[in-house]
Write a new protein. Structure first.
Length: 740
């Protein structure tokens, strides 16, 4: 995968080429067509018109009609933000149009429907790739087992192979991964013996972890990509049905110019109040916006990095990611690789589609607000970094726009904050102050300050319409298509929408302040320390919530004091903002509670179709995850417990016994572990021991003979006979694990 260097800023490209540092001139692929440009031009005109109308109306509302530094700044901010929300409105409107027309009208679906349904050719193989790094092991292998079982039920699993690609740097998690992988591989091994082309399951732990997930996928493609025509990328919490996977392959075959086909995953899997609100929001409103984006984008769509199928050859040839030159916080390895890979795929002439009408693709949402913000912090940094690639030669205008919208998704937060603070300052300066009729030198005619209450309310109402009309249209589309019963009925659907509206209204200012903090951190290089987001239903404690949200609550109190002290009346339009900041701590804590989410579900609120009638693959994922959780291994148990030792060791490849210096170093590590105990070992030492069957076997023998540090004996205590006698654990051929 040769990584093409980035061309850099347009004005500096000639100099960079003279110095031998720039990329060579890029020539657009001949088949890079730009269909339906009229739709996109129309969207741009509507957004610009909305920005102009909003700014003009705001100028008429302001006391000095846009005169003065504060009012000019306010108008600029409001124009940008009004254009931003109008883009969402028009996208939602077109999405409602697409949904009300009915399914099966987009070119992607028609291509598959018109082709005969023939069995998949087992010689045309597809790899299912799941990159993981310190993830919740039951979630990973529970979802993967359910996906594999569903794929086997289609009778076409012989065209697929599955790869678990681990970047985990925690020895206990790695041991749990190896044991869980061995259990699943042993269960699938019988069919592999009966059919040489049957689905095979592989596990690889990467010793040298570079470029995070993008580097892990690229490493797989370089090593084994030549054996596969397509590959499906899964996230750690992804679950997909076999029908969805086989349909994706058929879509690729029906559209030989498609480079990426992205599904629209349904959110499911958590019971906390916050997660259930997000699941309802994504399920009720997500299809509207996804259909709207498909209407504008067509074959230049997004790629979200998971639950998607990619064509291997063009990905190998065109999607390698070079680091961005420089030393700032927005340089280095690319973080939001998915948007960039989609842009590079389209630049090479291959189309990128979103198959939003395809069912059977699922993912989880963050279980609480802090986990959501941790994810947003990473996305914010990546999207801001992608802004440096916006003017790369040859990119399609739609993907340049995707980079811009990715920036605005987070940069809009500091813009909103600046608008609110500036409007508060302007309100304080105008309240109780005698009006100034002459504000410029040699002004002949006075400027009469006015307050047009009717226009002010109209502008406020228009802003609310642009913000909330897409959600209303989505609810109308659900009812019109007869799908309200899948959400518990029309009454419960509307009640759930009201809960989601209140929840979003209160958390909007909290997200605004955090996103502002993330933008500033990304631009300045300020390091923010957050723990990794949990995959399970993790509750937020009061102390942690106070640490994360306490500053925002103090800001709200100071904001109120400033308004009261400096003004004769209160700025009523700030009430939702201030109320949301004041309630941030209890909202964060209560939203992370499972009891609250389940109580609402018992009352039929915030229901999704997947909760009302759970798909088989999700039910199977829950059962498999519970089974994995009951048999979690660890570094200690991989040595002390007979069953876990056999499971972890079976996941390692058979290698010759080390000799010479390697044998001496390994013997020294084993002796150190036996003498000092497991807690005295460094992370590197634990990983080296976990990577060697011989070392684990020696440790196991000495610990069982009680010739080791007493801390090992705790793990070596024999469990009851029923649990001690292990199930048959087979040596799996073709294990792709890399020892240190």
């Amino acid at each position: 995968m040769p990584a093409r260097p980035w061309a850099g800023p347009p004005l500096r490209r000639p100099l960079r080429r003279l110095l031998g540092r720039g990329a060579p001139p890029f020539h657009r692929a001949l088949d890079d067509r730009r269909p339906l440009m009229l739709r996109r031009v129309l969207l741009l005109l509507l957004v610009l018109l909305g920005a102009w109308v909003g700014a003009s109306a705001m100028a008429d509302v302001l006391p000095l009609h846009g005169q003065g530094f504060e009012e000019i700044g306010l108008l600029i901010l409001f124009g940008i933000l009004f254009g931003w929300i109008s883009a969402g409105f028009w996208t939602g409107l077109m999405g409602a149009f697409v949904l009300l027309r009915g399914p099966g009208r987009d070119p992607l679906t028609r291509g598959v429907a018109s082709a005969p349904l023939l069995p998949l050719d087992p010689t045309v193989r597809t790899a299912i790739v799941m990159p993981i790094c310190n993830e919740d092991v039951p979630t990973v292998f529970g979802g993967l087992a359910a996906t594999i079982d569903s794929l086997r039920a289609t009778g076409e699993s012989s065209a697929f192979d599955v790869f678990v690609l681990s970047d985990s740097n925690d020895p206990d998690i790695r041991a749990a991964e190896q044991a869980a992988w061995n259990d699943l591989a042993a269960r699938l091994a019988e069919e592999s013996d009966a059919d040489p082309q049957a689905l095979r399951l592989h596990y690889r732990w990467r010793q040298r972890r570079t470029q995070r997930k993008a580097g892990n996928v690229a490493d797989f493609c370089r090593r084994w990509g030549a054996a596969y025509r397509y590959f499906v990328v899964l996230d750690a919490d992804s679950v997909m049905t076999g029908e969805c996977l086989t349909t994706l392959v058929r879509m690729m075959q029906a559209h030989p110019d498609a480079g990426i086909i992205q599904t629209a995953p349904r959110a499911a899997g958590h019971d906390t109040f916050h997660a259930r609100v997000q699941q309802f929001c994504a399920r009720a409103y997500g299809p509207l916006f996804t259909a709207g984006m498909r209407f504008w984008q067509l074959g230049e769509s997004h790629y979200w990095g998971h639950n998607a199928i990619l064509r291997m050859d063009p990905f190998l040839s065109h999607c390698a990611l070079a680091p961005i030159e420089g030393s700032g916080s927005l340089s280095g390895h690319i973080l939001s690789h998915d948007f960039v890979e989609a842009a590079l795929m389209r630049r090479a002439g291959w189309k990128v589609w979103v198959a939003d009408e395809l069912d059977g693709s699922y993912e989880q949402v963050p279980p609480n607000l802090l986990a959501e913000l941790q994810r947003d912090r990473r996305w914010c940094h990546g999207n801001l970094q992608n802004s440096r690639l916006m003017f790369e030669p040859g990119l399609h205008p739609v993907h340049r726009t995707a980079f811009l919208t990715g920036v605005l998704a987070y940069a809009s937060s500091p813009l909103w904050l600046a608008f609110l603070l500036l409007s508060t300052l302007l309100f304080a300066r105008q309240s109780g102050v005698d009006p100034a009729y002459f504000i410029e030198p040699n002004q002949l005619f006075p400027i009469w300050p006015t307050v047009n209450l009717k226009l002010m309310l109209t502008l406020f109402g228009l802003t609310a319409v642009l913000l909330f009309a897409p959600k209303i249209l989505s609810l109308v589309a659900i009812v019109a298509r007869g799908e309200a019963r899948r959400f518990g009925g029309t009454g419960r659907l509307l009640g759930s929408a009201a809960i989601e509206f209140a929840h979003s209204l209160l958390l909007a200012p909290v997200r605004m302040l955090f996103h502002t903090q993330f933008v500033l951190a990304a631009l300045t290089g300020w390091r923010l320390d957050w723990k990794s987001p949990p995959r399970d239903d993790a509750a937020t404690g009061w102390r942690e919530a106070a640490l994360r949200h306490g500053a925002h609550t103090v800001l709200a109190l100071l904001w109120i004091v400033v308004i009261v002290v400096s003004s004769d009346s209160f700025a009523w339009w700030l009430t939702p903002i201030l109320l949301g900041l004041l309630s941030a701590v209890p909202m964060s804590v209560w939203g992370s509670r499972v009891a609250a989410g389940r109580a609402l579900r018992r009352r039929g609120l915030l229901l999704t179709p997947e909760e009302l009638r759970q798909p088989r693959v999700l039910a199977a994922a829950e059962r498999e995850a519970a089974a994995v959780a009951n048999r979690l291994a660890s570094f200690k148990s991989a040595v002390g417990a007979a069953t876990d030792h056999a499971r972890v060791a079976a996941a390692l490849p058979l290698r010759p016994t080390p000799s010479a210096a390697k044998a001496a170093a390994e013997a020294q590590r084993v002796e150190h572990a036996l003498r000092e105990g497991p807690d005295a070992l460094s992370v590197e030492e634990r990983f080296r021991l976990l990577s060697s069957r011989n070392a684990l076997a020696q440790l196991r023998a000495e610990v069982v003979a009680h010739r080791a540090h007493p801390d090992w004996w705790i793990a070596a205590v024999p469990p009851p006979p029923e649990a001690e006698s292990p199930a048959p654990i087979r040596e799996i051929e073709g294990v792709l694990a890399e020892s240190v």
